[in-house]
Design a protein around this ligand. Structure first.
Ligand SMILES: C[S@@+](CC[C@H](N)C(=O)[O-])C[C@H]1O[C@@H](n2cnc3c(N)ncnc32)[C@H](O)[C@@H]1O
Length: 280
């Protein structure tokens, strides 16, 4: 990562290389919750309820294990939000998060911005709205524990740098972040099939290598029947690539932005009950 401007108020970094902020400057980490983590869990819950004929949609579901691809790690907000959300809502679920990041130094950036991130979360109404039934103490304790994991990732380094990664393996949480181009995904991930895929590069204009049809064909090899793909983007080129791969597109609330974000699902047999129609 080159010299970045750091917006303390919103805890968002600006990349001069890509000429873009790492996250929405108004939403900060709430973008991770509202556009990636919560929609993915909500749709997993809907699919599970339909499959098991559960009509009471307030009923909690049991999730034994989740494999997640957070495909462009940045400074880890999507991973942080996932661990945090899982600890609070699905404490018995085991999660394995795999990620890619080209810039090794970005991954540890959380150490520098942690205090501001705490402050940001405390003062935003969003954060309280997202976790209304949890006491402030529990919210803060969980957040602290979650960030500690990202802060203390181990680094595995090889002499020729061809297999460098950060990792964490403890209790129910496994994380592996390859310092590698996402386009090499099939070299690094051979047998894993993901339940959730968060697609979170910079925009298609500034980061085109992360939005090609070729890349999505590679990512597709790591999916299964019910994989849920989310992205902040509603770009039509991106959505059409997914449609060509037989996904249906669902709009996710724009959260004050001009355009909705995207959730993509492949399932066919549940379409009617889930009331999914791709008219976007
Ligand atoms: C928009 S930022 C990610 C925001 C991130 N989710 C966060 O919480 O900070 C995009 C990140 O993807 C990385 N990136 C862009 N293209 C990539 C590629 N082809 N392979 C791996 N990483 C890439 C950039 O270095 C940057 O850190």
């Amino acid at each position: 990562m080159e010299n970045n401007n750091y917006n303390k108020e919103n805890v968002v970094l600006f990349s001069e290389k890509y000429n873009e902020h790492y996250k929405s400057i108004t939403l900060g980490i709430n973008e991770s919750f509202l556009k990636f983590v919560i929609p993915s869990f909500d749709y997993l819950k809907k699919i599970t309820q339909v499959r098991n004929n559960i009509t009471n949609n307030t009923e909690q579901i049991y999730i034994k294990k989740l494999n997640i691809l957070d495909d462009c790690f940045g400074y880890g907000f999507n991973t942080i939000a996932t661990i945090y959300y899982t600890k609070l809502n699905y404490p018995n679920t085991k999660i394995s998060i795999f990620s890619f990041e080209k810039e090794k130094e970005v991954v540890t950036k959380i150490k520098e911005i942690k205090q501001d991130l705490f402050f940001f979360c405390e003062k935003t109404k969003y954060f309280e709205d997202i976790f209304p039934n949890v006491t402030k103490n529990i919210r803060e304790k969980t957040f602290r524990e979650t960030i500690e994991i990202i802060e203390n990732l181990n680094f595995h380094e090889t002499k020729n740098n061809n297999n460098n990664f950060y990792y964490h393996e403890k209790n129910k949480i496994n994380i592996k972040i390859f310092i590698e181009d996402l386009n090499n995904i099939n070299k690094k991930i051979k047998f894993k099939k993901f339940d959730f895929i968060y697609h979170d590069p910079f925009s298609i204009k500034n980061n085109p290598d992360a939005w090609s049809e070729n890349l999505f064909k590679k990512i597709q090899k790591t999916t299964k029947k019910n994989t849920i793909i989310t992205s902040y983007s509603s770009n039509s080129i991106f959505r059409n690539i997914l449609r060509n791969l037989k996904y249906k597109i669902i709009n996710i609330d724009a959260q004050g932005r001009r355009k909705p974000s995207t959730l993509a699902l492949k399932i066919k047999i549940f379409d009617k009950k889930l009331k999914i129609t791709d008219k976007n």
